[in-house]
Design a protein around this ligand. Structure first.
Ligand code: ZN
Length: 432
């Protein structure tokens, strides 16, 4: 009996020390991964979206300025190291499995980005698979024609649809001088709704800045210590629907909350250093943008709730006629169905099937964008390429993943959403 007990204790000891060794090996890979991301940031100014680990690591990367060849070789070595770590699949802890998968995919995406910077040309779908672990569906033009037909009926008249749409929606622009008041109200509401369901670090905070001359509409810069700087681009008129969209997407319950929860739960509580860096061109971005877009529907689980807030608070604050809110949002619902038109324009532009001006023309027609907006979008595509799929495909994948677990129960939706925001889950992990 005693002998059996001894063997049992020995087994437990060996298993736990094996687990500890695996954890040490994983931590070592994680640390080298952070150094590699910082090293690649020296070649690609957009690559390191956030870093709040030891500042001397960044200084070290600046001093060393590793070559792309050296970074690529190290990524291959690191990949092999992860493969050698005893498989966490035997462990019951799903978080450990997700961590291993996360490191594997993030390192492989880093290696792909190195190859791209060295001049390798990837087709749009191959690039999105390599960088974001996903491929967006391709829709025929007829798919967009169907939606455009419905828009044509809602906004009749002469001239191209984008022109009629621009004229029709002029009364829904937030006047520049009221922009901050309207945004702050939207942020306050989204924050209150989030805090009612998700435990946030008590000192979390962010500031909003208004900027110009950017290819994007809004950006969240996560600074660490639960603080974000949210920038809103005012190059083009900002319409009333963007207030809740931006507040939810950049702030609550999305980017700012996602980054804060990763820092709290993974970096601080578990010591998983790989989450103190955020590589923009990596699978993590699909989850980040997907949760950011879907976050709006988590904060406002029904259209009735959203419309009530819009009509009672935001429209009056912006000085916009609230009696037209339903009409405005009915058109916005149709416009949202054209989201994948951007992917198609990007796919054709990146694959060299059309040039810059044809892409602008195509977006005017199929995404119903005025020329200035279409040009801004093409600039975004040229700079961020297949990143565009992270918004719409990301949203669809996150929605399917969450709703499969929660149904339409808003409470369960919040808890599943909170869990996703606190985990290292990547796009292929959303398919289960
Ligand atoms: Zn975003």
């Amino acid at each position: 009996m005693r002998r059996i007990l001894f063997l049992f204790v020995l087994c437990i000891f060996l298993m736990s020390s094996g687990g500890a060794r695996a954890a040490d090996a994983m931590n070592a890979v994680a640390e080298r991964y952070v150094h590699l991301v910082l090293a690649l940031g020296q070649h690609d100014p957009d690559y390191v979206d956030a870093f709040y680990g030891p500042p001397e690591w960044k200084t070290q990367a600046e001093k060393e300025k590793k070559s792309l060849d050296a970074i690529g070789a190290e990524a291959a070595e690191l990949s092999a190291n992860v493969a050698k770590i005893p498989d966490a699949a035997t462990s019951d802890d799903e978080m450990l499995k997700l961590r291993r998968e996360y490191l594997q995919k993030q390192i492989s995406a880093l290696a792909a980005r190195v190859r791209m910077l060295k001049g390798e040309k990837l087709k749009f779908d191959d690039e999105s698979r390599a960088l974001y672990d996903a491929v967006a569906p391709t829709y025929p033009d007829s798919h967009f024609d169907e939606i455009i037909k419905q828009l044509e009926e809602r906004i009749p008249g002469d001239g191209p649809l984008w022109q009629r749409y621009e004229n029709w929606r002029k009364p829904f622009v937030i006047p520049k001088e009221k922009l901050d008041v309207v945004f702050q109200l939207a942020i306050k509401e989204c924050r209150a709704r989030t805090l009612a369901h998700v435990a946030l670090p008590p000192n979390e905070s962010f500031t909003v800045e208004y900027v110009t001359n950017k290819p994007w509409g809004g950006y969240n810069w996560y600074k660490g210590n639960f603080h974000s700087v949210i920038q809103v681009n005012t190059d083009l008129p900002i319409f009333i629907d963007r207030a809740v969209d931006l507040a939810a997407h950049e702030g609550y319950p999305a980017h700012h909350v996602y980054n804060s929860l990763l820092e709290k739960n993974l970096v601080r509580d578990r010591g998983w250093v790989e989450f103190s860096v955020y590589a923009l061109f990596s699978p993590q971005s699909l989850v980040a943008e997907g949760t950011a877009n879907f976050g709006r529907d988590v904060a406002f689980p029904t259209k009735t709730e959203r419309m009530k807030f819009e009509k009672e608070v935001l429209f009056p604050a912006a000085g916009i006629d609230a009696s037209r809110a339903d009409e405005y949002y009915a058109v916005q619902d149709l416009m949202k169905q054209l989201d994948y038109a951007t992917n198609k324009a990007a796919r054709r532009l990146i694959n060299g099937e059309i040039d810059e001006s044809a892409a602008v023309q195509w977006l005017q027609k199929y995404a119903v964008m005025e020329p200035a907006r279409a040009k801004q979008r093409v600039k975004f595509i040229q700079r961020y390429r297949s990143y565009v799929i992270n918004y719409n495909l990301g949203e669809d994948m996150v929605r399917r993943y969450i709703e499969k677990r929660s149904g339409t129960d808003p409470e369960k939706r919040w808890s599943e959403f909170g869990k996703l925001l606190s985990s290292p889950r990547l796009p292929s992990g959303l398919k289960h």
